[in-house]
Design a binder for this molecule. Structure first.
Ligand SMILES: *[C@@H]1O[C@H](CO)[C@@H](O)[C@H](O)[C@H]1NC(C)=O
Ligand SMILES: *[C@@H]1O[C@H](CO)[C@@H](O)[C@H](O)[C@H]1NC(C)=O
Ligand SMILES: *[C@@H]1O[C@H](CO)[C@@H](O)[C@H](O)[C@H]1NC(C)=O
Ligand SMILES: *[C@@H]1O[C@H](CO)[C@@H](O)[C@H](O)[C@H]1NC(C)=O
Ligand SMILES: *[C@@H]1O[C@H](CO)[C@@H](O)[C@H](O)[C@H]1NC(C)=O
Ligand SMILES: *[C@@H]1O[C@H](CO)[C@@H](O)[C@H](O)[C@H]1NC(C)=O
Ligand SMILES: *[C@@H]1O[C@H](CO)[C@@H](O)[C@H](O)[C@H]1NC(C)=O
Length: 658
C-alpha cells in the first residue's frame, strides 16, 4: 500500500520539475535517493538549481503571474538540541548564486552582496540558528528574505491546525519530513507561507506567514531560476530536499507522501564510531566481569559481527536489508519451482514475503560468479537510490555466506520479449497498439529520468526487450541495472570494457568501448522498432531484404513504399497510421549509425508526447551517406533544444500532472 502512495509523490516530483537539478558545493544524494544539500563538512554550503528557467512576467504586458510552490524537506542535526544554520528556497535571476557564503548566509549571499537591491533574489528561509545581527527571532523559524538575510517577515516554526485553529509548534531539526507551501497571489499582491508536517496532505487554511507586497519588481527578468540552498557552520546538519511541486497558479495541492521515511541519524565520524564500539565492548566486558563472563562474551561477539558486516555505504545509503531467513521463507527455500529465470549474473526466484502478500523477485548471485561483489555493490548503490514509476524497484538486499541477494518488486507479466516474439508460442496474447505505444513511452520516460532528470547521468548499457518488465497494469518498467554506472553530469564517461547485448550495441561503442547516453538511445530506437514490428532485429528466416529490421524499414522509406508493411499484422490499422509512422521514423532516427544524429531522450519524449514534431527533412538526414558513418555532424543541427521545445510560459511553469 505505502509503495503506491510513495510513488505518487515522486511522480509529481519528476513530472513537474521540468528540468534536472544542477548541484554545486556540498550537494549530494542521501538516504533513499533524496537530495542532501549539505554533508558533514563544517562551514560549507550547497546549492541545487533547477536547470530550466521559469518566466514569471509577460515582458510585453509586464503582468506577473500567481504561483504555488510546494516542497518536502527534513533536517537531520548533528546534535539533537542545537541547530546548524538552515536551508532556503530561492528565486534568483541567475542559475546559481556564485560567491555565496556558508554559515548565516545560508549559501545565498555573502558579506558584500547581502542587502544589495541589485540582487533581485527572493528567499524563503528555514533558519535553525539565531543570528542577532540579522535580527533573527529565534533558532527555529521561517522567514521571507528579499535581497538580504534580514527577514522581511518571520515566525517561529509551527502551523495552525485546521481542526481547532490552534497553533502547534514544530521543530525544524526534528528529522521529520515537513512540507512548505508558498503561494503568491498576484491580484492580492500577497505571499503566504505555510509549514506543516508531511503527513497532512492538504495545506492548513491559515498560513504561518503572510506578506503583503508586490513581488513583481523582483520577478521581471524573463528567465528566473528556482533553487534550494543550505549551509552548515561550526555545528553540522544534513538538509534533505525530498520532492517539489510548482505551478503557475494559486493551488493548494493534495500531496500524499505515503510512508514517511525514517531518516538515518547524523553520520558519526568513523573514528568516533570505533570509539563507541570500543566503549560498548569495554562496558560489556566490565559488566561481564561483574555479572557472568559467558553472557558478556556472547554479547561482545555479536557486536563484533554486526560491525564486520555493516560497511560505510550500507549505513549511509543502504536500501532495506533483509534477513536471510525472510528470503529463504519467501522463496520456499529457493525451490526450483520458484525459479523465474537465469539472467544477468544469477538466478531469479519468485517469492512472497512472510506475513504479507507482497510478491517479490529475488536475484541470487554467488560470489564465485565472474561478476561478483563489485557488480553487486554497483547495482545496489545505483538502483537503491532511484525511484521512478517506470523503473523496477529495488526493495532491498541481503548478504548471506558467499551469496548476494537483491530483492525487487515482482512483475507478474514477465518481460517484453515474450510479447514480441510470440511466433514461438501462438498462445501468447498479442499486445494492442495502445498497449505498445504506452510501453514505448514508459521506457522513454525511464530513460529520460536516468539520462537527464537524475542528479547524475546514468547510462543503462543493456536496453533490450528482455530487460523491460511488464507490471500488472501493463506498464513497462526498465530493469537490470547490473551494467549501469554512475557518471557525474557534465563529465566524460570513462572508457571501460565493452559490455551489453549484441545487436543492441551502438557502432561507436564497439570502436571505443565508451558508453554514452547516445548508445542507450541507439538501443532504445531498436527496441521501438521491435515493439512496432513484433519481431527480432535480425531474423534469418525472413527474406534477404527483410533480414535486418532497421535496414528493411529504411529501404521501404527511401523507396517511397508504405513503411507500414513492416508493422506487425494485428496492429497495422489505418487509424494507427500516424502514430505507427511516427514511432518507426523515430526508431530509425534513434538507431542511426552516427551518434551525433540521434536525439537526446528529452527530444524523443517531446516527439512521443506530441509536443514537438519530427523534422521535415528527416529522410534526407537519415539517408545522407556522409552521415551513415563519420565524421559526425554536431547534434544541434537537428535537435536544437530551443527549436524543439516550446518554452512558452505555460509549458515551463504549469504542471503536466498525470
Ligand atoms: C562535502 O562537500 C564539500 C563541498 O562543499 C566537499 O569538498 C566535501 O568533499 C564533501 N564531503 C563529503 C564527506 O562528501
Ligand atoms: C504576453 O501577453 C500578450 C498580450 O496579452 C500575449 O499575446 C502573449 O501571448 C503573452 N506572452 C506569453 C509568453 O504568455
Ligand atoms: C515593463 O517594465 C519595464 C521595466 O520596469 C519598463 O521599462 C517597460 O516600459 C514596461 N513595459 C510596459 C508595457 O509597461
Ligand atoms: C560575494 O559575491 C560576489 C558575487 O558573486 C563576488 O563578486 C564577491 O567576490 C563575493 N565577496 C566575498 C567577500 O566573498
Ligand atoms: C511553542 O514554542 C514557543 C516558543 O518556542 C513556546 O513559548 C511555547 O510554550 C511552545 N508551545 C508548546 C505548546 O509547546
Ligand atoms: C493569504 O493569507 C491571508 C490570511 O493571512 C488570507 O486572507 C488570504 O486569502 C491568503 N491568500 C491566499 C492566496 O491563500
Ligand atoms: C502526523 O504524525 C504525527 C507524529 O509524527 C502524529 O502525531 C499526527 O497525529 C499525524 N497526523 C496525521 C494527520 O496523521
Amino acid at each position: 500500500m505505502f509503495i503506491i502512495l510513495f510513488e505518487a509523490v515522486l511522480v509529481l516530483f519528476f513530472h513537474n520539475s521540468h528540468g534536472y537539478f544542477i548541484p554545486t558545493g556540498s550537494v549530494g544524494i542521501g538516504y533513499n535517493g533524496y537530495f542532501t544539500l549539505t554533508n558533514t563538512t563544517k562551514h560549507t554550503h550547497g546549492q541545487a538549481f533547477d536547470s530550466k528557467p521559469v518566466t514569471f512576467t509577460n515582458s510585453s504586458t509586464n503582468i506577473t503571474t500567481s504561483f504555488s510552490i510546494n516542497f518536502f524537506f527534513a533536517i537531520v542535526p548533528e546534535h539533537d538540541q542545537q541547530g546548524s544554520h538552515g536551508m532556503a528556497f530561492v528565486i534568483s535571476p541567475t542559475r546559481g548564486l556564485p560567491g555565496a557564503s556558508s554559515d548565516q548566509y545560508l549559501g545565498i549571499f555573502n558579506e558584500t552582496t547581502n542587502g544589495k537591491a541589485s540582487n533581485n533574489v527572493i528567499a524563503i528561509e528555514l533558519d535553525i540558528n539565531k543570528d542577532e545581527e540579522l535580527g533573527d527571532i529565534d533558532d527555529n523559524h521561517v522567514g521571507v528574505n528579499i535581497n538580504g538575510m534580514r527577514s522581511v517577515v518571520s515566525a517561529s516554526a509551527g502551523y495552525y491546525d485546521d481542526k481547532d485553529g490552534k497553533f502547534r509548534n514544530l521543530s525544524l531539526i526534528s528529522r521529520n519530513v515537513m512540507r512548505l507551501s508558498i503561494v503568491y497571489s498576484q491580484p492580492d499582491k500577497q505571499l503566504n507561507v505555510t509549514l506543516f508536517p508531511a503527513n497532512i496532505s492538504v495545506p492548513p487554511r491559515k498560513p504561518l506567514l503572510s506578506l503583503s507586497k508586490d513581488l513583481s519588481p523582483y520577478l521581471l527578468e524573463e528567465e528566473m531560476y528556482l533553487g534550494f540552498t543550505a549551509s552548515t557552520g561550526s555545528v553540522g546538519a544534513i538538509h534533505y530536499m525530498t520532492g517539489w511541486f510548482i505551478t503557475g497558479e494559486i493551488k493548494f495541492p493534495r500531496l500524499e507522501f505515503g510512508m514517511l521515511p525514517i531518516l538515518p541519524p547524523y553520520p558519526k565520524k568513523s573514528s568516533q564510531r570505533t570509539k563507541t564500539i570500543l566503549a560498548v565492548c569495554l562496558t560489556v566486558s566490565v559488566i561481564a566481569a561483574f555479572i557472568a563472563s559467558w553472557f558478556g562474551f556472547v554479547f561482545y561477539l555479536r557486536h563484533k559481527k554486526v560491525k564486520e558486516v555493516l560497511e560505510e555505504w550500507e549505513i549511509q545509503y543502504g536500501p532495506h536489508r533483509f534477513a536471510y531467513k525472510e528470503l529463504f521463507d519467501a522463496t520456499k527455500g529457493f525451490k526450483e519451482k520458484q525459479l523465474l529465470g537465469r539472467g544477468g549474473f544469477g538466478q531469479v526466484y519468485k517469492g512472497t514475503l512472510p506475513g504479507s502478500d507482497a510478491e517479490i523477485a529475488v536475484k541470487r548471485t554467488s560470489h564465485d560468479s565472474r561478476q561478483g561483489m563489485s557488480e553487486f555493490l554497483a547495482e545496489i548503490s545505483t538502483i537503491g537510490r532511484l525511484r521512478h514509476p517506470n523503473l523496477v524497484r529495488l526493495l532491498g538486499y541481503c548478504r548471506h555466506k558467499e551469496d548476494l541477494y537483491l530483492v525487487y518488486d515482482f512483475m507478474p507479466n514477465g518481460s517484453l520479449d515474450k510479447y514480441l516474439y510470440y511466433r514461438n508460442n501462438e498462445n501468447q496474447e498479442r499486445l494492442t497498439w495502445e498497449q505498445r505505444f504506452k510501453i514505448i513511452k514508459n521506457v522513454a520516460a525511464a530513460l529520460l529520468y536516468l539520462h537527464q532528470e537524475w542528479v547524475q547521468v546514468i547510462i543503462h548499457r543493456d536496453i533490450k526487450p528482455a530487460n523491460v518488465l511488464i507490471d500488472h497494469e501493463m506498464n513497462a518498467r526498465l530493469g537490470d541495472f547490473g551494467l549501469a554506472k554512475l557518471y557525474d553530469q557534465g563529465f566524460d564517461p570513462e572508457t571501460s570494457k565493452v559490455a551489453g547485448t549484441l545487436g543492441y550495441i551502438a557502432p561507436e561503442f564497439l570502436r571505443t568501448g565508451r558508453a554514452t547516453t547516445s548508445t542507450d538511445v541507439y538501443a532504445f530506437g531498436l527496441v521501438m522498432l521491435e515493439v512496432v514490428c513484433g519481431r527480432r532485429l535480425i531474423e534469418r528466416r525472413a527474406g534477404e531484404e527483410q533480414e535486418v529490421l532497421v535496414d528493411w524499414i529504411l529501404e521501404l522509406w527511401e523507396k517511397g513504399d508504405d513503411i507500414l508493411v513492416a508493422v506487425e499484422d494485428n496492429i497495422r490499422q489505418e487509424e494507427n497510421r500516424g502514430q505507427l509512422e511516427l514511432v518507426l521514423k523515430l526508431g530509425v532516427l534513434c538507431s542511426h549509425q552516427a551518434a551525433s544524429i540521434r536525439p537526446a531522450m528529452s527530444a524523443v519524449m517531446r516527439i512521443l508526447s506530441g509536443v514537438s514534431e519530427l523534422p521535415d527533412n528527416l529522410l534526407d538526414v537519415v539517408r545522407d551517406e556522409n552521415l551513415r558513418g563519420w565524421p559526425e555532424k554536431p547534434m544541434e543541427l537537428l535537435f536544437d533544444v530551443n527549436s524543439l521545445g516550446t518554452s512558452t510560459y505555460t509549458d515551463s511553469l504549469v504542471s503536466h500532472g498525470r
